[in-house]
Design a protein around this ligand. Structure first.
Ligand code: AMP
Ligand code: MG
Length: 340
């Protein structure tokens, strides 16, 4: 398949390109587009055949449900049995933005989009291109990350091309994603709102608005059943990732002990000079912790290009989005952690 490329200027697609891309989506085709979290692989969320293409192209496990991206609270309300006051409050505060709400779905949402769950995950993205595409289509877009399943999510168009060139008819270049980590998924169908996936809306932000919110660091089998996507190893570069956790001195000592020239080392800027061997990639500075989130997936992909044999990563527990960054790195490592 020939992939056509479109470029965003000043956060906007030209009228002609918007028309072309929305026509593709209306025909049931896939379009990769920028969002504020990561790049999304969009399809008509109401068309089971279009949805099936997402699963085939990404090689995504069929039991991993998709998020519906809508352009307004009105559009969200069309696809749920009830939009409770708590949803309205959260939507008013956090939408458009990286908070996904899980609500009870109605019959308009195909089972293929929700992996047969009775609930549906919905959000309004804040990227103007994403919103303009949804509005031009008039239907919600299912849009998981625009990468092959299992690989790091895509935060720049070159990553999307690495994974999907020739597999999709259109890729829209919107520059680097602002957040670089996916949305926070919050279940509103349980008695107490429960974070199923930490993401770019921080737990502290939710705690300021909700009287109570549950976040369990380690998924129990019950949460896994509620959010099937969380059970898979994700975001993995080619070389295996090992996280090293402990005091900065111990972590540095351990990494220097077990690394060689072919080892990739992922660390914060403040520690980079401490590593004597290996290929060091700086995730960002702990003084600007949002960098750690926005650079994570790109850094993991860079190790692929460097052809390292293993990756030793410092435990990046800094800043507002620390749970999300740690969650993605833990998934990339398959739970491989050295505590020192
Ligand atoms: P992705 O769009 O690939 O970043 O992932 C979507 C995430 O949302 C996965 O972790 C899914 O398990 C989760 N998700 C989507 N729909 C639902 C739902 N109806 N209930 C719970 N989790 C969901
Ligand atoms: Mg994904």
């Amino acid at each position: 398949m020939l992939t056509h490329h479109y470029t965003v200027n000043n956060q906007k697609l030209s009228k002609q390109d918007l028309d072309t891309c929305s026509k593709l989506l209306k025909k049931g085709e896939l379009v990769a587009f920028p969002t504020e979290t990561v790049y999304g692989l969009g399809a008509n969320a109401l068309d089971p055949f279009a949805i099936s293409k997402i699963f085939v192209v990404k090689n995504r496990p069929m039991d991993n449900p998709l998020i519906l991206h809508v352009d307004s609270i009105e559009m969200a309300k069309k696809y749920v049995t009830d939009f409770p006051p708590i949803a309205l409050k959260l939507a008013t505060i956090f939408w458009p933005g990286p908070l996904t709400l899980v609500l009870n779905k109605n019959e308009l949402v195909p089972d293929e989009a929700t992996a047969n769950l009775l609930t549906v995950a919905i959000r309004i993205p804040s990227h103007p291109v994403a919103i303009s595409l949804i509005s031009a289509c008039g239907f919600p877009l299912a849009a998981p990350s625009a990468n092959l399943s299992g690989k790091p999510s895509t935060t720049e168009v070159k990553h999307v091309q690495d994974d999907l060139e020739g597999l999709v008819p259109a890729i829209i270049d919107g520059g680097k994603s602002t957040f670089g980590i996916e949305s926070t998924v919050l279940d509103l169908t349980s008695k107490i709102p429960t974070i199923l996936r930490p993401g770019s809306t921080s737990i502290r932000q939710l705690e300021m608005v909700l009287p109570k919110v549950i976040f369990k660091d380690k998924s129990t089998s019950k949460e896994i059943a509620k959010s099937p996507g969380m059970k898979y190893t994700h975001y993995s570069p080619k070389a295996s990732v090992i996280i090293v956790k402990g005091s900065p001195q111990n972590v540095c000592k351990k990494i220097n002990e077990i690394s060689d020239e072919q080892t990739g080392i992922l660390c914060i800027k403040e520690h980079a000079h401490l590593y004597k061997k290996g290929q060091v990639i700086v995730l960002g500075s702990k003084k600007e912790p949002n960098q750690l989130a926005s650079n994570l997936f790109e850094s993991l992909r860079m190790f692929d290009k460097l052809k390292v044999t293993k990756i030793l990563a410092e435990y990046p527990e800094y800043g507002e989005l620390k749970e999300a960054v740690v969650n993605r790195l833990e998934k990339a490592s398959g739970g491989n952690i050295i505590i020192t």
